[in-house]
Design a protein. Structure first.
Length: 309
């Protein structure tokens, strides 16, 4: 089912059968130089793949496993860096907000405000993001069913803001493990909003490293292929040029050098999935020359039969 709500973020159109879009970037702003470098390189790769890009990075990871883990540069410094990236690259910017007091400052810089999965039921935060007028990316909590996300949607839409994205990032499957139920994508799309698949967080092993999370990045491409085939509107990928040295979520990040070949495969699957959707919606592809000739021959044969009566 194609989402009925279509809107634009910068020059990118989302929903209603629009081309697959990408949300990508490092988990957290490690430094201005690193974030800028990643944004520039991601923009080049996305442009080569002809896939619209929204750059993502966090100024504060308030939900790290350990109090000693790196959280980022903080609100003021982080937003200053994101503003520079937006100005230099022209890319739309996404960042997550953990507190109501951060929504206003973040909305002044960023195009998309993300509700973290752990906070996807926090009414005051959802309402504040809705009232900001910015697009809201609601990550479905690991503890929620795909039907439950409708309540979060109502909290944002109730403010009059219909620029809503829903993101699947896996469901808790026992201790320190996540599983992705592919049924969740068509279920959430029935709510009428663009649906994104957060692939890299879906291969995370929460808390598996003791004071940090582990991951299984070898499953990034298989899951990305599967979600794209189901017909998601966008993919969310945390990408790093050196995951082993990343200051947050390196164990489940996609290495930068693997992004281009992944997108080359994914865009082909996305085009086919949209062709199928168009056919299901009653907008079939144009007939081929052979099909047109066959149809003409059939009509002529039918006319000859009619004249012979």
């Amino acid at each position: 089912m194609t989402p009925s709500h279509s809107f634009e973020i910068g020059k990118i159109r989302l929903g209603a059968g629009a081309p697959l879009f990408l949300i990508a970037g490092p988990c957290v702003i490690e430094s201005e130089a690193h974030a800028m470098s990643m944004a520039v390189r991601l923009a080049e790769i996305a442009e080569s793949a002809a896939i619209p890009l929204i750059f993502k990075a966090s100024y504060d990871k308030a939900n790290r496993s350990s109090a000693s883990s790196f959280r980022g540069p903080g609100l003021e410094a982080g937003l200053r860096i994101l503003a520079k990236i937006k100005k230099q690259t022209g890319l739309p910017i996404l960042t997550d907000v953990h507190e109501v007091s951060h929504v206003g400052p973040a909305a002044a810089v960023c195009d998309v405000l993300q509700i973290p999965a752990f906070l996807s039921r926090q009414t005051d935060l959802l309402v504040a993001v809705g009232r900001s007028g910015r697009a809201a990316n609601i990550k479905k909590g690991q503890f929620l069913s795909p039907w439950d996300i409708a309540n979060a949607v109502e909290k944002v839409a109730g403010t009059g803001n219909e620029k809503i994205i829903l993101t699947e990032r896996g469901a808790s499957f026992g201790y320190q493990n996540l599983v992705v139920d592919m049924r969740s994508f068509p279920i959430m799309r029935k709510l009428g909003y663009p649906v994104v698949f957060d692939v890299t967080h879906s291969v995370q092993l929460p808390g598996a490293e003791g004071k940090s999370s582990g991951g299984q990045p070898e499953f990034i491409e298989p899951l990305a292929r599967a979600g794209t085939a189901v017909g998601v509107d966008g993919l969310f990928l945390e990408v790093h040029d050196n995951p082993a040295k990343a200051l947050s979520d390196g164990t489940n990040a996609l290495p930068l050098q693997k992004l281009a070949p992944l997108l080359a495969r994914i865009t082909r699957i996305a085009a086919l999935a949209r062709e199928w959707e168009a056919q299901d919606a009653g907008s079939p592809r144009p007939p081929t020359q052979a099909e047109r000739k066959a149809a003409t021959a059939t009509r002529r044969a039918e006319r000859r039969k009619w004249r012979a009566r």
